[in-house]
Design a protein around this ligand. Structure first.
Ligand SMILES: [Zn+2]
Length: 262
């Protein structure tokens, strides 16, 4: 069944309905943020929706998303995929308020924020998940390669499957993923995203670096979303070890610009 559906997804760019979505928690009481100051649960509120759990990691940690705005442009922000790259964590925390503060943003864009697709790796400070699989190599791109750190087959890791299903459910116009790179910072892109990458570069000073100028990334999220589905995707590489707050301050305007650009 999965392969039949994945094939459909390949062919139609994720416009098909995924049956698993129906069983995922939609109720505001499931996975809701009950911390002090959390936004009230309301589907009509212009503020952030409650956290929604879209799946569990191998070790059972929740994979959480929240949504802001109701606009026709759909954007997904992924706060982290490699557990030892936490430079984007402040951006993920600050983005909702910064986005909501832009006049008209909530009417123009529906922004889905995925907090961290690799919470087990984050807890252990490892690149891969609890099985040692790189979650940025486990997607059904044409360049997928099976291997101990890539997975035996696409989407055989629960975290990758959850992110895959989120992309197919949201059908975004743009995906942005936070990473970090040793000794350098730049904006990488896949698919029809050169315009977004250039805008990001102009607003941040991060230079544009296409994927063909980086090491091969078989089965990466960028390969699948950008090249297979032809959805623009930006891979934001901060310099490894940078202060996450400085990373946010350096790229805040650029992130908002690409989210809001039509
Ligand atoms: Zn990374």
């Amino acid at each position: 069944m999965r392969w039949a559906w994945v094939t459909t997804c390949f062919l139609v760019g994720c416009v098909s309905f995924h049956p698993r979505s129906a069983s995922w928690p939609q109720d505001a009481s499931v996975g809701a943020d009950r911390s002090p100051g959390a936004a009230p649960a309301s589907e009509t509120s212009p503020g952030p929706s409650p956290w929604r759990v879209i799946g569990l990691s191998r070790e059972g940690r929740p994979l959480r998303v929240r949504r802001l705005g109701t606009g026709p442009r759909r954007v997904i922000w992924v706060g982290g995929i490699h557990g030892n790259e936490r430079e984007g964590v402040v951006s993920t925390a600050e983005l909702p308020a910064a986005f909501a503060a832009v006049a008209g943003a909530l009417d123009r864009v529906t922004l889905t924020i995925l907090e961290d697709i690799n919470p087990d790796g984050t807890a252990a400070n490892t690149r891969g998940n609890a099985a040692g699989v790189d979650l940025n190599r486990n997607y059904p791109a044409r360049n997928f390669l099976p291997g101990p750190t890539y997975g035996a087959r696409p989407l055989d890791q629960p975290e990758a499957e959850a992110l895959h299903d989120l992309v197919c459910d949201v059908r975004p116009h743009l995906v942005i993923v936070a990473h970090s790179w040793r000794g350098d910072h730049f904006i990488n892109f896949d698919g029809p995203a050169v315009r977004h990458a250039e805008l990001f570069s102009k607003r941040s000073g991060y230079r544009v670096k296409p994927s063909d100028r980086i090491a091969p990334t078989p089965g990466s999220l960028g390969s699948w979303v950008g090249r297979t589905l032809q959805i623009p995707i930006l891979t934001l590489e901060h310099e490894r070890g940078s202060d996450p707050r400085r990373c946010w301050e350096a790229t805040r305007e650029a992130i908002l610009a690409v989210i809001l650009s039509a």
